[in-house]
Design a protein around this ligand. Structure first.
Ligand SMILES: [Fe+2]
Ligand SMILES: [Fe+2]
Length: 231
């Protein structure tokens, strides 16, 4: 339980949740895709670029700021650090493979390659889900537990600010509304309440509407069974 002196790890858990849920959504979307979904799959590319970029930024913040700070306080983290960074490499590779596969799929619509390309795409997004299912609980077990021991709430907040400086403002443009998209109503209200007034206004008037436009192709997936019945 957070006491106020312990680091607030809720945003970190929330970001992990967003990664995991959306990888599952991608698999569902691609599994159900039909050739007449080609335009929607093409439109998904802009959202996917944000998703891949947000995960890349998350890794950069961990590897450039959070992990080194933890290692300094707790040298016993060294072995886990190497394992986690190795998982980041695998995750980055699978994100790239899934992106390339998604980019190819629309061009296969109406041709003999459709089923083969779609199956390949499903395997790519499932591989992404698999590494997330390995990495995220691993990190929560071996790193998040140490954050609680090694840092105070203020120290961890300062690390967060240092990480923002490394990844830049592009991180908040996509990642802010993306993460909040996966928050419960209460989590969203608490997260927004902790932000400066201007950030809340920018979120409501610009960032969230922009994210909604980007995420539209991801949201309009009918249930797989319904699509299969129609086909
Ligand atoms: Fe993480
Ligand atoms: Fe990580």
């Amino acid at each position: 339980m957070t006491t106020g002196l312990e680091p607030d790890l809720r945003p970190s858990y929330l970001e992990h949740r967003a990664m995991r849920i959306d990888a599952g959504r991608l698999t569902a979307l691609v599994s159900a895709a039909q050739p007449d979904d080609a335009d929607r799959l093409s439109a998904l590319g802009s959202w996917y670029a944000g998703y891949e970029g947000a995960i890349h930024d998350h890794h950069t913040a961990e590897e450039a700021v959070i992990y080194p700070a933890l290692l300094e306080r707790d040298p016993s983290f060294a072995e886990a650090d190497a394992e986690l960074e190795g998982e980041h490499r695998v995750l980055a590779d699978r994100l790239e493979v899934a992106r390339q596969s998604l980019e190819r799929l629309p061009s296969a619509a109406g041709g003999g390659r459709w089923e083969r390309e779609r199956d390949e795409d499903v395997r790519a997004t499932q591989a992404l889900e698999a590494i997330l299912a390995t990495h995220l609980p691993h990190e929560e077990e071996v790193a998040f537990s140490r954050y609680r021991q090694a840092f105070t709430s203020d120290e961890f907040a300062d690390l967060g600010k240092a990480a923002w400086k490394v990844v830049g403002t592009r991180a908040i443009v996509f990642a802010g509304p993306w993460v909040l998209d996966h928050a419960t109503e209460q989590e969203r209200a608490e997260t927004l309440a902790a932000q400066p007034w201007l950030v809340r206004v920018v979120y409501r008037l610009a960032l969230r509407p922009r994210y909604e436009r980007l995420a539209r192709p991801l949201r309009s997936t009918p249930p797989l069974r319904a699509r299969r019945t129609e086909a």
